[in-house]
Design a protein around this ligand. Structure first.
Ligand code: FAD
Length: 393
């Protein structure tokens, strides 16, 4: 995005370094069945590149990936990117007022370094004993093994977060048995997804202003959550209404009171990301699914073990265990004025001015930096605001 904003600036010589073999980031990597966006595409898209062709309100992984590739091509981003090139190390050289950057394809220097390495781009696996002994197949949802046929398999899914809630309903019919490890229950609200008629798409194409109005409406509706979270009056009256709605979904979709109890969060709604789904509870209440209310504590050659020591024999383990937003790997590799890395300065508690810049790291800008993740709206909107700030600087 910064490269797009600086495209016509003759003073800006921008090179993008990408460890993958294509653009797309999140939407290139997360190809698991059912992968889709939680935010309507009218808002989960760049304001400078509206797309009238979305077939559903919420884009699927394939649609968003195709959109990102098209925009990157049209904006000349692909040509400015060195693919298959990982940033290894970056050190601020105060004498020359430059960043000295080491990559897997050689060294570079730069006046300005922008770390746009994504808060959710490095998958994390639980550190439990025995995983190295497991004889079946295991993979993380962000590195889905499409060559592994799940038909008739006994599968353990670890985690019940935003990814698991999407892929479990897509695989539950195929597998013989699914054991779901839930460490923390999440609040789940219905996903208001729907198809977009071709007449509406052509209206958007002919009158882009209409789509802009829809974008504004989606933004405003999402921001209502912020009012609910931050204003005491709204917190008192609006949040209980959200919670009531979520509880009524649970009541309707989970008839067994014991299971319903285990699937009910013990924290107020909005304290953690609200998950959106229409098929999660119907999927996990199926006969071939067991919900284990425990973290994974160890693995054996043939199965997985819960906190009470019960072993579940499985052929496949799928980790829906998320990413490393509070310990971004890039923080270990970027060293500022005094030779200390971001990770050392942060000491386990990342912070940055506006989530973008850090004292002692001149001319370094972070995108999707500390505390800029959202639980209620579009990260693309957030990233565009950060890109505008950085381009301005
Ligand atoms: C499964 C999933 C679903 C999501 N759904 C939503 C949603 O519904 N709504 C929402 O708003 N957000 C969602 N997000 C958040 C999503 O990450 C952001 O919306 C957005 O894609 C972030 O873009 P980014 O460019 O900052 O990071 P990314 O898309 O993560 O891109 C970072 C890029 O940096 C590269 N990189 C990382 N380290 C290095 C290195 N050392 N050297 C070179 N390259 C490197 C990576 O390969 C990657 O291509 C979701 C995330 C995931 C994982």
């Amino acid at each position: 995005m910064v490269a797009t904003l600086l495209r016509d600036d003759p003073a800006a010589d921008v090179l993008i370094v990408e460890r993958g073999d294509d653009v797309g980031g999140t939407w290139r990597s997360n190809t698991y069945p059912g992968a889709a966006c939680d935010v309507p595409s009218a808002l989960y898209s760049f304001s400078f590149a509206p797309e009238s062709g979305w077939k559903r309100a919420h884009g699927t992984q394939a649609e968003i990936y195709a959109y990102l590739r098209r925009v990157a091509r049209e904006q000349g981003i692909t040509q400015r990117t060195m693919f298959g090139c990982a940033l290894r190390d970056a050190q601020w050289d105060g004498d020359r007022a430059r960043w000295v950057v080491s990559t897997s394809r050689g060294d570079l220097t730069a006046d300005v370094l922008i770390a746009a390495t994504g808060a959710l781009s490095t998958p994390t696996l639980p550190k439990v004993p025995g995983l190295e002994m497991f004889r079946g197949t295991m993979f993380h949802s962000a590195e889905w093994n499409h060559d592994h046929d799940l038909t008739g398999k006994r599968v353990a899914v670890i985690g019940t977060g935003a990814s698991a809630i999407q892929f479990v309903p897509s695989i539950v019919d195929k597998v013989e048995h699914l054991t779901l490890f839930q460490r923390t229950a999440s609040w789940v609200m219905p996903k208001r997804d729907h198809g977009i008629a071709s007449s509406v798409r052509s209206l958007y194409r002919r009158f882009p202003l209409i789509q802009k109005v829809v974008r504004g409406a989606v933004y405003s509706q999402k921001e209502m959550y912020v009012v609910g979270m931050t204003k005491p009056f709204a917190r008192k009256y609006a949040l209980p209404l959200f919670e009531k709605r979520a509880r009524s979904v649970l009541r309707k979709q989970v008839p067994d009171p014991e299971l319903r109890d285990r699937l009910t969060p013990d924290f107020a709604i909005t304290c953690k990301r609200i998950l959106l789904s229409n098929d999660w509870f119907p999927a996990i209440t199926r006969r071939n699914v067991d919900v284990v209310s425990s973290a994974l504590t160890s693995a054996t050659e043939n199965g997985v073990v819960d906190a009470a020591g019960n072993e579940y024999p499985v052929d496949t383990i799928i980790f829906g265990t998320g990413f490393t937003p509070s310990e971004p790997p890039v923080a270990q590799h970027v060293r500022g004025e005094h030779g200390r890395s971001l990770a050392e300065v942060w000491n386990g508690s990342p912070s940055a001015h506006l989530g973008i810049s850090v004292n002692g790291f001149p001319n370094l800008f972070l995108m999707y930096g500390p505390n800029t993740n959202l639980g209620h709206s579009s990260i693309v909107y957030m990233l565009e605001s950060q890109a505008a700030y950085i381009a301005d600087a």
